[in-house]
Design a protein around this ligand. Structure first.
Ligand code: TRP
Length: 459
């Protein structure tokens, strides 16, 4: 509120899609989606995930766009403007805190991708067995200093883009690099599904075994739908505020969701056939991509080249996402606390980096430090790195729940319709469905999944 600057906008349709898809498509798609799919047993989990995306993800993304574009403000300020004098702004607060938490570990994992770029350049995968590649990954992430070194570099690049502002910084990157990422993943899918022994992996992805579907799996699918679509913490409110008034919000939400889901599924098809072909455990956890793909590259002509390309693009996908997370916090400190953009970015990025550097020790020297997390009706002991990832999985649905309730009940419905139709320019035939989803279905589903997973109901 303090410094009323003129807001920048994305320049057009392609710019918005690129920036929002750039935010959505990231480590969530290529690193996290495959590994949790592996942990939770494959295709039944994927079906639940797709269900969450369609019924909850799309309406919540549209809701965030509506709030942001209507208010033309950051995640907290938007609620203050649309519903002054009410506690709704608290929703934005939860979001800004979630952004902090997420970026702290996101920067660490993104740093891992930079280490793998380095390993690819120096051709350090070739000749290694799958076991050796796995062992090297474990040894690397448990080192005290090296992961932090790469995290600091990654966060510095993120911060420098955010200082540059929305249009120049964020949009330009995304437009070029997102399509290249798509092409590389498709090439990897071809190599992976044609490996000897790949068919088990295809079965794992395509033949649902509902006996493996547990309540934690369902919560994880929902939490990941939010994570992957960048929802529940105001990132899409912030980006929505940069969308021009004459752009079609509904169409944008659907296109971004399709792009994001497509990349996640392709990543699954690049990884699982190879996992089975090389005899890696599908439930190997966070190391899955880093262990599986180097083996695939070893089996390809020009493998070292593709390895390099892949890890560079993974780092870039992580960058366009981390930019959006940082932007969410910076837009807040800039507009609400009145710090200027540069100071906001430096202070926020620095403190997040320090938190992340501490968390990363949970994989190494602090791995014996376990903290309890209430999940499944009991306290599970986790290291600090996993604890924060689990925390963010829980915070995002809560944020999404409040945003859906706000758009369903807290806003005037005429305002909602006018925003989506750009005052009558576009049609919004699905409004009745959208309305039921944000008023009742999404909040009820989220609340149920959330509470049952914490307290361990329906086991
Ligand atoms: N969606 C990104 C990914 O899949 C991560 C991300 C960016 C995010 N912005 C977010 C997650 C906001 C939650 C909320 O990697």
């Amino acid at each position: 509120m303090v410094n009323q600057i003129k807001r920048e906008n994305f320049s057009g349709k392609l710019g918005i899609i690129a920036a929002a898809a750039g935010s959505a498509i990231g480590l969530g798609n290529i690193w996290k989606f495959p590994y949790i799919t592996g942990v939770y047993g494959g295709s039944a989990f994927i079906l639940v995930y797709l269900f969450c995306i369609a019924l909850i993800g799309i309406p919540v993304m549209l809701s965030e766009f509506i709030v942001g574009r209507n208010a033309q403000k950051n995640a907290v300020g938007s609620f203050k403007k649309i519903a002054p004098g009410t506690p709704w702004f608290f929703t934005g607060f939860i979001g800004v805190i979630a952004a902090y938490v997420i970026l702290s570990f996101y920067g660490i994992v993104a740093g891992w991708t930079l280490q793998y770029v380095f390993l690819a350049i120096t051709n350090q995968f070739s000749g290694l067995t799958p076991d050796q590649i796995g062992g090297n990954f474990g040894a690397f992430i448990s080192k005290p200093g090296l992961p932090i070194f790469w995290q600091v570099i990654f966060m510095a690049v993120t911060a420098s883009v955010v200082i540059g502002g929305v249009k120049k910084g964020i949009e330009r990157f995304s437009k070029i690099l997102m399509p290249i990422l798509l092409v590389i993943i498709i090439i990897l899918v071809f190599r992976s599904v044609t490996l000897k022994g790949a068919s088990k992996g295809l079965e794992f992805l395509l033949k649902p075994d509902f006996s493996k579907l547990t309540v934690p799996a369902i919560l994880s699918a929902l939490g990941h739908a939010f994570f992957s679509l960048s929802l529940g913490m105001g990132t899409m409110i912030t980006y929505g505020s940069y969308i021009k008034k004459d752009e079609n919000l509904g169409q944008t939400a659907i296109q971004v969701t399709i792009a994001d889901t497509l990349i996640a599924l392709l990543a699954g098809f690049a990884i699982f056939p190879a996992v089975f072909a090389f005899g890696i455990e599908p439930s190997a956890g966070p190391g899955l991509v880093f262990v599986t793909l180097p083996n695939v590259f070893n089996q390809m002509p020009f493998g070292a080249f593709f390895a390099l390309l892949f890890f560079v693009l993974l780092a870039v996908a992580a960058l366009t996402s981390s930019i959006s997370i940082l932007e969410c916090v910076v837009a807040y400190t800039d507009e609400e606390l009145g710090w200027d953009r540069k100071k906001s970015t430096v202070v926020v990025a620095l403190t997040i980096t320090i938190l992340g550097a501490i968390l990363s020790q949970g994989n190494g020297i602090l791995s014996s430090l376990k903290i309890p997390f209430l999940i499944g009706g009991k306290f599970e002991m986790m290291n600090i790195f996993d604890w924060f990832i689990t925390l963010s999985d829980q915070m995002l649905p809560v944020g999404g729940l409040l945003i859906a309730l706000f758009v369903g009940w807290g806003m005037k419905q005429q305002m909602v319709k006018d925003e989506v139709t750009s005052n009558g320019k576009f049609s919004f035939r699905l409004y009745p469905i959208f309305n039921v989803l944000v008023k009742v279905v999404a909040p009820a589903a989220i609340a149920l999944v959330f509470l049952s997973s914490i307290f361990g109901w329906f086991k």
